[in-house]
Design a protein around this ligand. Structure first.
Ligand SMILES: [Zn+2]
Length: 549
């Protein structure tokens, strides 16, 4: 500018004033489109949708106001892309539904001051822009603009509707049709947030409905449930990988307390089909593998124990957004006593140390008079592992190893309470999945589909009274410690331990039965190329993903 109007400050200022607001608008448009540049699909669809907004309102002020929140979220979007490779969308919403707001705040807290400053700058600039009348976007006649809008919208909508109509017929039963629709827009930030939200809402509703539906089918026990008082505890671990347990041969002493427990049965070949919680926990509770073709959700353990007349407890240190919004929460709703140790009953709160659950567990066990079933859902070794244990456990090894040792301490406490209570009792412990500890993570443990992440610890402890009542089953469990297992063995094993038998139960999979049925151990990787891999014929590829041999 200074070169063009060197001798006329007034003209120069007028020119600058006319030009700079549009420079602001242009700059914001570029910033808004930046995260969509991870794929051609993204940039094209994003530009088209922005063009629809621009032509529809034909107001630079409206356009800038729409761009403002997108520009404000730019650092967050770029950070997300740096982790996952795609702009925020469906997976992020699932995380947001599953975690809670403060958990997310916990993740972004270190950068919050910079985000605040960034937001302030753009709000002030936008406020300046919006405070005065601005020009239209294009000087075309209304009819021409609307024709353009119609063409652009048709270009977006027609192929989407066609995709919807040609989805496989199974979509109503086992699939979420919004996911393939979303994948058309998964790079088109910020529109990926809208399609991702719809797909994620649909997904959580679908699974919640499924969990509610299964629990109302009647169950006919044969023989009738035993009436002896007993306490059955199922502890679901989190992100604990077998090869980091000293009890399974790890170098560091990560399991000192449970190793002291006489008669503990440690199964050493248990595999989970999923490397993430929402996939694995339904298998633990009902044997339901949502990626297995033709799989239908059976009864879940809590409902079966309810039907058998047990008092049922769900004690969890996981966040719960709401009974119908969280996949696991839908299962927990079946229990007669529900205790989320996170503040406000698990809604809008961050996880605390797992020991916060112990007083609740102790109360549930010591107050048990008849037959009681307790599910204890640990936060275990979940990211970030360093936040999962108190000071006393900080010196053993890496944060991940310390969290394993702390879980060992939790288990030993529950086991001791059960032993002190006396009578027939059984304690099952299994982790939902492992993690990548050092493989392709830069040393920070994180979810991932490396082979070792599918190998998990599985313990069974039973009281002396239980063993006296079931000597055959106690011996069979010891005989089965090297049998190849998957999480699908959990529901029949837990039912077996409680003496519950009914037609639909897959009793042949129980670890308390002689020669448990061996099925191909299909596990699910995170990409389309390794979605179904036979664990027993697999290896890790060079990028730390499980792959077919
Ligand atoms: Zn998990």
């Amino acid at each position: 500018m200074t070169a063009r109007f060197p001798h006329d400050p007034a003209r120069r200022q007028a020119g600058f004033q006319r030009l700079w607001p549009d420079t602001l608008l242009g700059l914001m448009a570029v910033l808004a489109l930046l995260p969509a540049c991870t794929a051609l699909q993204g940039i094209v669809r994003s530009v088209v949708l922005w063009a629809v907004v621009a032509l529809l309102f034909n107001s630079r002020r409206v356009l800038l106001a729409c761009l403002l929140p997108v520009v404000v979220l730019l650092p967050a979007a770029l950070y997300y892309i740096s982790i996952s490779g795609t702009p925020p969308g469906y997976p992020l919403w699932l995380i947001l539904f599953y975690c809670s707001f403060p958990v997310v705040v916990g993740y972004v807290r270190p950068v919050l001051p910079y985000l605040g400053l960034w937001t302030l700058v753009w709000v002030v600039l936008a406020g300046f822009y919006l405070s005065r009348p601005r020009r239209v976007v294009v000087g075309w006649r209304a009819r021409t603009r609307m024709a353009c809008v119609a063409v652009l919208l048709a270009w977006i909508i027609v192929p989407t509707v066609q995709l919807w109509r040609h989805l496989p017929p199974t979509r109503g039963g086992t699939e979420n049709p919004m996911v393939p629709i979303h994948s058309r827009f998964d790079r088109a930030w910020p529109w990926s947030m809208a399609t991702g939200y719809i797909a994620a809402r649909r997904e959580t509703r679908r699974v919640s409905e499924m969990a509610r539906r299964i629990s109302h089918e009647p169950i006919h026990f044969d023989p009738p449930p035993p009436t002896t008082p007993q306490v059955i505890v199922l502890v679901i671990g989190e992100s604990a990988r077998r090869d980091h347990h000293h009890s399974y041969g790890y170098g560091l002493s990560t399991t000192p307390e449970m190793e002291q427990v006489p008669g503990l049965v440690r199964f050493d070949d248990m595999v989970t089909p999923f490397d993430y919680t929402v996939g694995a926990v339904p298998v633990i509770l009902s044997g339901y593998d949502r990626l297995r073709p033709g799989a239908v959700p059976g009864h879940d353990l809590v409902s079966v124990f309810n039907a058998a007349g047990f008092d049922t407890w769900w004690i969890s240190n996981h966040p719960r957004l709401g009974p119908y919004d969280s996949v696991i929460g839908a299962y927990s709703e079946q229990a007669r006593h529900i205790a989320y140790t996170t503040v406000h009953d698990g809604i809008m709160s961050s996880p605390v140390l797992d020991e916060r659950m112990l007083p609740v567990v102790d109360h549930a066990i010591t107050d048990a008079h008849g037959r009681v079933f307790i599910v204890l859902h640990l936060f275990g070794s979940h990211e970030n592992a360093a936040d999962r244990y108190p000071r006393g456990f900080a010196s053993l090894g890496t944060a991940y190893d310390n969290s394993i040792a702390y879980t060992d301490h939790m288990l030993a406490h529950v086991r001791a309470t059960l032993a002190a209570h006396g009578g027939e009792s059984a304690l099952f412990y299994v982790s939902d999945h492992g993690v990548r500890v050092a493989e392709c993570t830069g040393g920070i443990p994180a979810h991932g589909d490396v082979r070792a992440a599918y190998e998990i610890p599985f313990y069974l402890w039973t009281s002396a009274a239980w063993q006296a009542a079931h000597p055959q089953a106690a011996q069979t469990a010891r005989d089965n410690v090297h049998v190849p297992l998957t999480l699908a063995a959990l529901p029949p094993s837990v039912l077996d331990a409680a003496g519950l038998h009914y037609g639909a139960a897959d009793a042949g999979l129980s670890v308390l039965s002689a020669h448990p049925v061996h099925m191909p151990r299909i596990v699910h990787g995170d990409s389309t190329t390794n979605q179904n891999v036979d664990y027993d014929h697999s290896h890790d590829n060079g990028r730390c993903h499980i792959a077919r041999n």
